[in-house]
Design a protein around this ligand. Structure first.
Ligand code: AP5
Length: 226
């Protein structure tokens, strides 16, 4: 069970997709789950989208309830890759309690580190398919979004509402104040590895795999599914 930690735009979602194929474990992205709720017009979605539009965190209680339910799903039994969760000390402590009740444990917390200047550049160039969630970057490959044919239906390429410059600034501040302190929390428990998120997507992935191999026997190369 792995946590991907890091500021908005470091590449958590991009790397979680690759890790999912590598480890054969599902990604639990609280951001994707909340956006799905919002698209579905549920009570949770309507409540959460007000926080998300402002670049603020959704209340801890709602997030923990959502994560607990997801962890109980059959496909999450053998391990998961958390992307964008936990994000506050209360969420980290809540996750510890849930895992204890489920008699499970975290194997590694990988914090991806990218300089602020690059984060702003990456987020302003991010586009995604509103139907399937595929993520593109206009700087990495300007034609990729145009080539996309959505496997789930109509191709609708959008910029996320919270990737507008004023909201990005707020999200980065929220990360520094509320989420970055989690690095100390996980450093104390010996779970934290800090990994540079600069360079190509494949270079970053190689660093993550290397860190996982050093994190415990569950993640040696022979666990690779692909
Ligand atoms: P969430 O969806 O989790 O967003 P985030 O953490 O801000 O992270 P991002 O999705 O913006 O970035 P990422 O690190 O996944 O980067 P990506 O791979 O896309 O949360 C959104 C909101 O939901 C929050 O603000 C909050 O309101 C709410 N929320 C979610 N979880 C919550 C929680 N636990 N508690 C409370 N509230 C919660 O990459 C970014 C771009 O860079 C892409 O275009 C990508 O193609 C590109 N890229 C990736 N890697 C590279 C590379 N190596 N080189 C160049 N470009 C790259």
């Amino acid at each position: 069970m792995v946590v991907l930690l890091g500021a908005p735009g470091v590449g958590k979602g991009t790397q979680a997709q690759k890790l999912m194929a590598y480890l054969g474990e599902p990604q639990i992205s609280t951001g994707d789950m909340l956006r799905a709720e919002s698209r579905g017009g549920t009570v949770l979605g309507r409540h959460a989208s007000a926080y998300m539009r402002r670049g603020e965190l959704v209340p801890d209680g709602l997030i923990l309830e959502m994560v607990r339910a997801r962890l109980e799903a059959p496909d999450a039994r053998n391990g998961v890759i958390f992307d964008g969760f936990p994000r506050t000390l209360a969420q980290a402590e809540g996750l510890d309690r849930i895992l204890k009740q489920l008699q499970r444990k975290l194997d590694a917390v990988l914090s991806i580190e990218v300089p602020m200047r690059l984060l702003i550049e990456r987020l302003s160039a991010r586009r995604s398919c509103a139907t399937c969630g595929a993520v593109f970057n206009q700087l990495l490959d300007p034609e990729a979004a145009k080539r996309h044919r959505c496997p789930k239906g109509q191709t609708v390429i959008v910029q996320r509402d919270d990737d507008k410059p004023e909201t990005v600034e707020r999200r980065l501040k929220v990360y520094t104040v509320q989420t970055e302190p989690l690095k100390d929390y996980y450093r104390r428990s010996g779970l934290l590895s800090e990994i540079s998120g600069e360079g190509s997507v494949d270079e970053v992935f190689d660093r993550l795999i290397h860190a996982l191999a050093g994190a415990g026997s569950d993640f040696h190369q022979d666990t690779r599914r692909n």
